[in-house]
Write a protein that binds this ligand. Structure first.
Ligand code: HEM
Length: 193
């Protein structure tokens, strides 16, 4: 399978990281954490790291050594709010950059997992949750919403699965991830039985 680097090239990562850092200085949570006099340096460190991590040249490791991201983030008070804000800026950057879907999805997952792994302050993060938005496959209208533990969905969603929703029997037709939201959301197209 092609790596993200093979698909979007150095240029894709450069644009993404630029769109992310363009938002940093004015952000009330992240702005103060980043070195105001070396934002260009910070931008380059993240850019080289992503190139290395997603199949491109290993310049990051040559310059900085092993990433040790938790250790390198230890000086910053990184709580759930900071992680969610970082993700929010990155999601906006992804949207602006418009990378092809498989790469967009892979990067989103990596960013979310890494941001939560880096949390070092405040309450332990709660278990990852997924919001399911149920939509009537015939009419396209929303028929309900439920937030469930991600772990409960480990088996995935099989079309044809029958389940109850507000006391009514439904069958699942297909699912579709909702892009661009901060938390994980999935559209569930269903038909009343
Ligand atoms: C969760 C919220 C996060 C916050 C608040 C945060 C904050 C920071 C700050 C303040 C720096 C120092 C800037 C500099 O390089 O001078 C930094 C560096 C860095 N961050 Fe994050 N970060 C977060 C998440 C992430 C994630 C998810 C990744 C992975 C893609 C990441 C990758 C990096 C890398 C590669 C560096 C440069 C490390 C080095 O070589 O020194 N960060 N981060």
């Amino acid at each position: 399978m092609a790596t993200p680097f093979e698909i979007i090239g150095e240029d894709g990562f450069t644009k993404l990281v630029r769109a992310f850092y363009a938002q940093v200085p004015t952000d009330d949570i992240l702005g103060p954490m980043y070195p105001a006099d070396d934002l260009a340096g910070a931008e380059e460190r993240l850019r080289l790291f992503l190139l290395f991590r997603f199949g491109g040249p290993e310049t990051y490791v040559e310059k900085r050594g092993h990433p040790r991201l938790r250790l390198r983030h230890a000086p910053f008070p990184l709580d759930v709010r900071a992680a969610e804000r970082w993700l929010s800026l990155m999601h906006r950057a992804l949207k602006e950059t418009g990378l092809p879907e498989p790469v967009d999805a892979e990067l989103r997952k990596f960013f979310r997992d890494t941001a939560y792994f880096l949390i070092n302050t405040g309450q332990a993060p709660t278990e990852p949750l997924v919001t399911l938005v149920f939509i009537d496959a015939d009419s396209g209208t929303e028929v309900g919403e439920a937030t469930v533990r991600k772990a409960a969905l480990a088996g995935g969603f099989e079309p044809g699965t029958k389940f109850g929703l507000s006391g009514q029997p439904f069958v699942l037709v297909r699912t579709e991830p909702i892009q661009g939201s901060d938390s994980e959301r999935v559209r569930m197209y269903v038909l009343r039985q």
